[in-house]
Write a protein that binds this ligand. Structure first.
Ligand code: AMP
Ligand code: MN
Ligand code: MN
Ligand code: MN
Length: 285
């Protein structure tokens, strides 16, 4: 299939976060930054929460950007966390809203457990510290702990905190059961949206497990993955472009922006998708 070059190279940024989950800017501020950086099609994809969608859409449309309602669902698959982005969902669909509410349940208790684990590792009061960074305490995430640990001088950057304290197997890591993959995909599809496997390069699965993940995703009706994302290195852009070709997946592009100076890349500043891939956004133009 030949893709119109103007469509492949348009500045679509279909993955980022606001203060509604673990971002640093309010939805309207993220919209303004996306627009200032040249984004023409945008989606705010907060973790397990649609509370920012109204503000994001209103701001985007006032600025003349095309807006897709979005969400990033936390899933547990084969004992590890996978993120599934849902694009162009109906933010008022009750099955999706209920599924997300159930997925959010347990974040608060897990946050307290992370605080206790860090205390045992010699870092007291991290839960209280992390709470200072979160707008809604029920949305507490490892990102908020990471910001506090950087502030406390325990690490240079949030990614340094994950490498030393919060990543799997580190002293502050607390396992958690998120949504099941079939449920997450059903919620997204029931709400009229398109499920997209977020940043596949971040998952530490074997080749066999990756093949099983992609096969199950296809069985469940999924057919898109992120290729160019702020959570991939340029080598991973190439690796997952090959995966998209091999499986016939549509490809998505998104910065995974959380805040200025955090993460690898700003809103709208990623390179374009390789020109032979099918952009997932083509259907919404
Ligand atoms: P949680 O949902 O509480 O497990 O937190 C996951 C969030 O932590 C992700 O959405 C990212 O924003 C952030 N995160 C995960 N891994 C890293 C990393 N290696 N470096 C920086 N941030 C990360
Ligand atoms: Mn995040
Ligand atoms: Mn993610
Ligand atoms: Mn994300």
């Amino acid at each position: 299939m030949l893709v119109n070059p103007e469509i492949v190279t348009m500045n679509a940024d279909l993955h980022c976060h606001s203060t509604v989950s673990d971002g640093q800017l309010q939805p309207g501020e993220v919209a303004a930054r996306a627009h200032a950086n040249g984004v023409t099609m945008w989606s705010l994809t907060d973790h397990d929460q649609l509370g920012g969608q109204r503000e994001a859409r209103d701001a985007a449309e006032a600025l003349g950007m095309q807006y897709l309602s979005g969400v990033e669902i936390s899933v547990t698959w084969a004992g590890r966390t996978v993120h599934v982005v849902g694009l162009n969902v109906d933010p008022e669909n009750q099955e999706l809203l209920d599924g997300l509410a159930a997925t959010r349940d347990g974040r608060a208790a897990r946050g307290e457990a992370i605080g206790e684990a860090l205390a045992k590792a010699g870092i007291p009061n991290a839960y209280e510290g992390a709470l200072r960074y979160v707008a809604d305490p029920k949305m507490i995430s490892r990102t908020h702990f990471a910001r506090y640990l950087v502030e406390a001088g325990l690490a240079q950057s949030t990614s340094d905190v994950f490498a030393r304290y919060l990543g799997e197997g580190k002293p502050g890591y607390i396992g958690h059961r998120w949504a099941k993959l079939p449920d997450a995909i059903r919620w997204i599809k029931t709400a009229g949206g398109e499920p997209v496997i977020a940043h596949p390069g971040r998952y530490v699965y074997s080749q066999t497990e990756f093949a099983a993940l992609f096969d199950e995703f296809i069985q469940l009706g999924g057919n898109a993955i992120e290729v160019v994302t702020g959570s991939h290195t340029p080598d991973q852009y190439r690796e997952y472009a090959d995966v998209a070709r091999r499986y016939g997946f549509y490809a998505s592009r998104g910065s995974d922006f959380h805040g200025a100076g955090e993460g690898r890349i700003d809103l709208g500043q990623l390179p374009p998708l390789p020109s032979d891939l099918k952009p997932v956004w083509e259907r919404w133009l």
